[in-house]
Design a binder for this molecule. Structure first.
Ligand code: PHE
Length: 495
């Protein structure tokens, strides 16, 4: 009696029903009917509970059902391939291979002749022959009957024909279903039905119950922690966000401070300040997103005249400039920044004589057609070091240290060209035995630094974040990063 006192109500009801016919093996339907339940899950749950307490044993039977597959259904309506061929053989005065090939499609004639040969229908000088046609007929009949009897329990079928059809493609298929049944154990049959009255139990604690104090006397249902339940999914950062955080940590560790700035900028800061000529192809409409509203933004006239003279003839820098005429209108055009170098240069202009180490990980925009490796909106990892004595060696070492901390110890640089740096270089990282280009870097030219009054040399770099993300996450399509594929997101490793 004491053993049964801890039972839940569904367990009580199920056990009581089973005690009504103690020797029966109960199917799901039997129990649902006897208990008045419509939900299978209750039976399964109560059954588990009773089995854990030793009152009930659960039997599991696997039933294998053989059904017709696509080709099998076709065979039932049109006849098996070998049967159709055999009928054709019987209809011909001289059934030759040649005629057969004219009457049947190639994909049927080939395999069909093979099937006939196995039935002892031989080719003799190109003509089909058979010693015992009645045997062929019987076999074809039993094959047809076999298919006609489907679906059927696997164990009720002829093993020989089952093997035969399992060896042929697409005719039959087998499905498995698990059938559970429940029966009383000896211990279970000793429980007295009178001890199994259903109790009034509280499954949910409501504010009313708490306020009235009724909870003190309530019989509160225990959780059955042995039951299966759905695994809760917790939230997590997007791998891209995690990567950005990791990059931030690495630069902060290396003594850099972060710069976060607007992405609406003028062509003046985005390009002219960086000595990118006004007729540079990257400034065209098809490469850069210019804004309609505002179409242009104000710029300090002093600055414009400095850029004008640098661009037209090099100003006082000793450079020859680009020659041609510098347009103030072009300079004022508003755009979405095409690189984050626009922000580091402004930081330098605002602090021309304060040595600094600054980085940013931020969004940039270029009119790119979307494909496996391009997006119109992506991120750059930008940075500068401005201090007396800053030099190329320092730049390369900084980048190597950064990538080593990110887990890529093999880094190399190659000469490159940017209008705003000299020398300029490209950064490459070795991944799976291949060198991958991840960004550009260099020392800002005097045409860039002098008009802004910057006195010390500036090491600068700008690298692709998505490229790095593809490496880190092992992707070969950049779009995967932005399509919100939850299954993929859940399965990404923590970075
Ligand atoms: N701004 C360059 C780009 O967008 C990268 C770069 C930054 C190159 C700084 C040199 C110095 O590709």
């Amino acid at each position: 009696m004491t053993e049964s006192s801890g039972l839940s109500n569904p367990e009580r009801r199920m056990l009581r029903a089973m005690l009504g016919q103690p020797s029966l093996t109960w199917s799901l339907e039997d129990i649902m009917k006897a208990c008045g339940w419509t939900d299978q899950a209750i039976v399964v749950g109560a059954g588990h509970g009773l089995s854990n307490k030793g009152f009930v044993s659960i039997n599991e039977l696997i039933r294998r059902t053989v059904k017709l597959a696509d080709k099998g259904r076709q065979a039932v309506s049109d006849g098996l391939l070998e049967a159709r061929l055999w009928r054709w053989v019987g209809s011909q005065e001289e059934p030759t291979m040649q005629k057969l090939q004219a009457s049947f499609e190639r994909h049927e004639a080939g395999p069909g002749v093979g099937l006939l040969k196995k039935l002892n229908v031989q080719l003799n000088g190109g003509v089909f022959e058979c010693e015992d046609p009645s045997k062929v007929k019987t076999e074809l009949q039993s094959r047809a009957m076999f298919l006609g009897s489907l679906p059927a329990d696997e164990e009720d079928l002829s093993e020989r024909l089952l093997n035969h059809f399992n060896g042929r493609k697409g005719l039959i298929e087998t499905t498995e279903i698990r059938l559970r049944s429940w029966s009383l154990t000896d211990e279970g049959s000793l429980v007295l039905a009178s001890d199994l009255e259903e109790k009034k139990q509280v499954a949910e604690i409501t504010p009313e119950l708490l306020q009235s104090g009724e909870w003190k006397d309530a019989d509160i249902r225990a959780f059955d922690v042995t039951l299966e339940s759905a695994t809760p999914r917790t939230g997590r950062s997007h791998p891209m966000q995690e990567l950005i955080e990791r990059i931030r940590r690495v630069f902060l560790e290396m003594g850099f401070s972060e710069l976060v700035e607007d992405y609406v900028q003028t062509a003046g800061w985005n390009m002219d300040a960086l000595f990118i000529p006004q007729d540079h192809p990257a400034r065209e409409m098809q490469d850069t997103f210019y804004l309609e509203n505002p179409k242009s933004l104000e710029l300090d006239s002093d600055l414009i005249s400095k850029w004008k003279s640098i661009h037209e003839d090099g100003g006082d820098t000793g450079s020859l400039g680009w020659s041609g005429e510098f347009s103030e209108e072009v300079s004022k055009r508003a755009l979405l920044r095409t690189h984050t170098t626009v922000n580091t240069i402004q930081h330098l202009a605002a602090n021309p004589d304060k040595p600094c180490r600054v980085f940013s990980v931020d969004r940039v925009f270029r009119k790119e057609a979307i494909d496996r490796t391009h997006l119109p909106e992506f991120h750059q990892i930008e940075g500068i070091i401005m201090e007396p004595g800053a030099n190329l060696q320092m730049l390369v070492t900084t980048l190597k240290t950064f990538y080593a901390k990110m887990g890529y110890p093999e880094v190399r640089v190659r000469p490159a060209y940017f209008p705003y740096t000299e020398p300029s270089l490209e950064i490459e990282v070795k991944w799976k035995g291949k060198w991958l280009e991840l960004g550009g870097a260099g020392i800002f030219r005097p045409e860039v630094t002098e008009p802004l009054g910057i006195t010390s040399p500036v090491c600068a770099w700008g690298m692709g974040l998505e490229r790095l993300a593809m490496l880190v996450l092992g992707l070969d399509d950049i779009r995967q990063l932005y399509i919100s594929d939850l299954e993929w997101l859940r399965n990404q490793p923590l970075l």
